[in-house]
Design a protein. Sequence first.
Length: 193
Amino acid sequence: MPNLPMHIYLADQVAEQLDRSYVFDHLGSYYLGSTAPDIRAMTKWPREQTHFAPLSVEEVGTGTKAMFRMHPELQEDMSPASRAFLAGYVGHLAADEVWITSVFRPYFDTAEDSRLTDDQIEANIWDRAMQLDLDRQALPQINGDSHPEKWLACSEHDVTMPFFEDGLLAEWKDRVGRFQVWEFTWDRLKGAL
């Protein structure tokens, strides 16, 4: 699945197409939302708690549908910052599900006939290498100043999500803001395995 830099790049591309004022007025919240499902790396929660679908997902949109089913209050009126955050969050879920169903499963899942290798370790290395190369390509194209802290300024203010306790998004924002992966190195491949 895409890493944080690629998720922010994809969110940036989608924002240009969405043309929603609440997204542009709250870009920091939108970008934070585009990374937030991966908060599980910090909390150690099960994937299903933040992505609302297992890795065995078969259809793009499964996580989003489950999230709205589990939290119907998300369909009620919310602050513009929360709407922007949620738009980024949904984009993240979709990007992960596209990766799982269109890239990982057909080419790197050793249970599939279309796989590139029979060795699961080698398959995981190729998968991570592709993700890191996408980050390398995406980083120079991300709009904004050169450091994520600037994109994420005030991003958690006025954002309320029923599945995150108070203060957790501020902690995640700080972690994303100082995340060491913003500089591309192949050494990251070793840490990703």
